[in-house]
Write a protein that binds this ligand. Structure first.
Ligand code: A2P
Length: 277
């Protein structure tokens, strides 16, 4: 399988509402507001990324907006995600504030950051935000199989993604299966285990056989599972490295070996630690 780099950034997974999400994006969780974030966003866009993932809770939406403007890449070429901070009350009103901070008139995806206070109360406000045209798609994050089912049952619109911590060590197979059955795209945050899985021996050995880096193997594993990836980095060379994942393919044996690293027992839960409850 050979694809050139330009094609890679165009590669998307379809969403159930008719939109599509780029398979690879830049995550900016734990990127400091200010130059650190705006540089990372600009470097990513200059390198060809067309998908940036931020959140109200990260406190760096202004810097994401600045990086986008500094890059000169047209807004309509970029898929922007932000997340509702669920300690607030009104998702639609909070999205309007996000749009002002980002300096855009809509985002592409708006998701509930975690199911604080239960899975369904915020959903009507998410639908309102979409009805107003302030977001093209709506979804959730850190929702388990049961929490996702509650939204699917009660919502008028269906969530199109569930963004969760997902990598070979957190291979939440029951959650992935439930998402697929319900046409919800499971999206991965912490695809590198916030960096902690880069030194694993199995990952390193597979990387060596492909002439790739551990980060590229971890990201590629998720893409081959049909899961969009948003690795975070604030280093230009790593941002570029993390995107070079469309010019090789992991074998079935590689995939099985990586699947076998799971430490969650194939859970349907989104988190081991529910910090919000
Ligand atoms: P930094 O931002 O200093 O480059 P995750 O995406 O799983 O949350 O992982 C992010 C962590 O992994 C950050 O600490 C980031 O550091 C680091 N990281 C991201 N890409 C790479 C890479 N290609 N090589 C080494 N470390 C990386």
């Amino acid at each position: 399988m050979q694809q050139n780099a330009a094609m890679a950034f165009d590669t998307t997974f379809p969403l159930s509402d008719g939109n599509a999400i780029p398979q690879l994006g830049l995550g900016v969780w734990q990127a400091e507001s200010g130059q650190e974030t705006s540089d990372a966003v600009r470097w990513a866009l200059e390198a060809g990324y067309r998908h940036i993932d931020t959140a109200q809770a990260y406190g760096n939406e202004e810097s994401v907006g600045a990086g986008i403007r500094e890059s000169g890449v047209p807004r309509d070429e970029i898929f922007i995600t932000t997340k509702f901070f669920p300690r607030n009350e009104d998702p639609a009103a909070e999205l309007e504030k996000s749009l002002r901070r980002l300096g855009v008139d809509h985002v592409d995806l708006y998701i509930i950051h975690w199911p604080a206070g239960g899975p369904t109360w915020a959903w009507p406000g998410m639908e309102r935000a979409a009805d107003r045209g302030h977001t093209h798609s709506i979804g959730v994050s850190n929702f388990s199989v049961d929490e996702l089912a509650a939204v699917l049952r009660e919502g008028e619109r269906q969530p199109v993604v569930d963004q969760v911590q997902f990598n070979p060590f957190a291979y939440r197979r029951r959650l992935l299966d439930a998402c697929m059955e319900n046409k919800v795209v499971l999206e991965a945050y912490s695809p590198l285990g916030t960096g902690s899985h880069l030194g694993d021996a199995t990952v390193a050995q597979i990387a060596e056989t492909h002439g790739k880096t551990p980060a590229q193997v971890l990201i590629r594993w998720g893409i081959q599972h049909g899961v969009p990836q948003i690795p975070k980095s604030t280093h230009k060379e790593r941002i570029v490295e993390n995107a070079q994942v469309f010019d090789f393919e992991l074998s079935e044996d590689d995939m099985l070996a990586l699947n076998g690293l799971d430490e969650t027992g194939g859970t349907g839960e989104a988190r081991g630690d529910k910090w919000w409850s």
